[in-house]
Design a protein around this ligand. Structure first.
Ligand SMILES: [Zn+2]
Length: 432
């Protein structure tokens, strides 16, 4: 991805730098050749040459670009779970995913870490984004996901004879686990996404208290992935599944919904980050009926919502780390709504806005393994910057509305926002 050349001065706003230091009123950010040269009070800013680009923050807020820590580029606002797998050919899925990537950037998300994708789209999306062919967040790639046969993701009935080949390796035992990871190694992904547990989406056989992989399978995934320098994460709702993941050496845990004291200890011991994706549960409860979700499924989401919120309060209180990512890409939880996760963590979970913003920036960069480059506005880092009207610390929900986004910069290049030269893409249609 190209970085800007020359100087840019962003001024007339307060600064949230993501490091945990207090907000700086009347601040300035100076960018030189795509990197941060200065972030602090305007009075202390170095002089910039007369030809420097200038961005007026209009009394709003200058902050690091947001980081979506659980992004499904290829989920295109599907209404039925089976549509997550092969509904369209890879050619069309790639185009849809490109639209989602552009939308994420326009929503202020300068980076994203994938939570799994159809085919091997992530790797090629990343290539296209890094080569400036299409706009999108800097991507940490995942690929096809791994789940045991008969588990949560193995939902296509046998008589359809189509397996789950687009999205999931349905494995039986450790040999299959290794084989799947080895295929992902060849695909070139960075993260291996697994399904240690079920979900409210499938009551009875694979509900949110059910295990969908054995410890041995999970351990085989981790050993093979780590050998090839890949990281591993997993969809973990059930208490034992969370602990299995932590004991197997997972590098992150998605959801960690029903974590117990022992799980929390294991989590803190290795400082493993958790990505909740909690607003998805709220959206499933509030909009489930509209999308014909059975009441039992909605009830399961309600239990997941309450259990998750309690767990995230405990994790933060105990000094653990949360990344903000939202499983967007379902009809009831569409792409573009990413920042609803942030508002929800303030309004429902009860975290303070500064903590949530830090989760959505600094912690996100840590999860991507790129905290030396992005996630905070500090000297020498890449200038991935978001400039918004208003004060998201006072009203975090203003991040939900693209009308409030003045500027989105990656490496100092102005890519989106009201001050960018390009027009915005409309929200994708939810219903076809
Ligand atoms: Zn997901």
């Amino acid at each position: 991805m190209k970085t800007a050349t020359g100087f840019t001065l962003i001024s007339n706003g307060q600064l949230f730098d993501g490091t945990g230091t207090p907000l700086v009123p009347n601040a300035a950010l100076v960018i030189e050749n795509g990197h941060i040269r200065y972030a602090g009070p305007a009075a202390g800013a170095p002089a910039v040459p007369p030809d420097a680009r200038r961005i007026d923050a209009r009394g709003g807020t200058i902050m690091p670009g947001l980081i979506e820590a659980h992004f499904h580029a290829t989920y295109f606002n599907v209404e039925k779970l089976e549509d997550l797998d092969i509904k369209y050919p890879v050619e069309y899925v790639s185009l849809q995913a490109g639209v989602n990537c552009r939308l994420a950037l326009e929503c202020g998300y300068t980076s994203a870490r994938s939570g799994g994708c159809l085919f091997n789209c992530d790797v090629w999306l990343k290539t296209a984004i890094e080569n400036d062919l299409i706009p999108g967040p800097r991507l940490a790639t995942s690929g096809r996901e791994i789940c045991s046969a008969g588990g949560l993701m193995d939902w296509n009935p046998e008589f359809r004879k189509i397996g789950m080949d687009g999205l999931v390796f349905c494995i039986n035992g450790v040999e299959d686990a290794r084989k799947a990871v080895r295929a992902l190694v060849k695909d070139g992904v960075e993260w291996v996404k697994t399904y240690p547990t079920g979900d409210a989406a499938w009551p009875d056989q694979n509900d949110h208290h059910t295990l969908c992989m054995t410890f041995d399978e999970m351990y085989a995934v981790v050993a093979t992935a780590h050998n090839h320098k890949l990281k591993v994460t997993g969809h973990c709702r059930a208490t034992e599944g969370i602990k299995n993941a932590l004991r197997a050496g997972y590098d992150a845990v998605e959801h960690a919904t029903f974590i117990d004291d022992e799980g929390l200890d294991l989590l803190l011991k290795r400082d493993v980050p958790v990505v909740p994706g909690l607003y998805f549960e709220q959206a499933s409860v509030v909009r489930g009926k509209e999308f014909n979700l059975p009441q039992r499924v909605i009830d399961g989401h309600q239990e997941t919502l309450e259990g998750g919120a309690a767990s995230y309060r405990r994790i933060i209180k105990a000094g653990g780390r949360l990344g903000m990512g939202g499983d967007y890409g379902f009809g009831w939880n569409p792409h573009g709504d990413y920042a609803k996760e942030l508002s929800f963590f303030v309004s429902y979970v009860g975290l303070d806005p500064l903590t949530v913003l830090k989760c959505a920036t600094k912690t996100g960069a840590e999860i991507l393994g790129r905290s030396h480059e992005i996630g905070t506005l500090e000297l020498g880092k890449l200038a991935d910057v978001l400039v918004v009207e208003g004060d998201p610390v006072k009203n975090i929900s203003l991040l939900e509305d693209r009308k409030n986004i003045l500027a989105v910069l990656q490496g100092g290049v102005l890519k989106a926002g009201k001050l960018a030269p390009r027009t915005e893409v409309p929200m994708p249609k939810i219903r076809e």
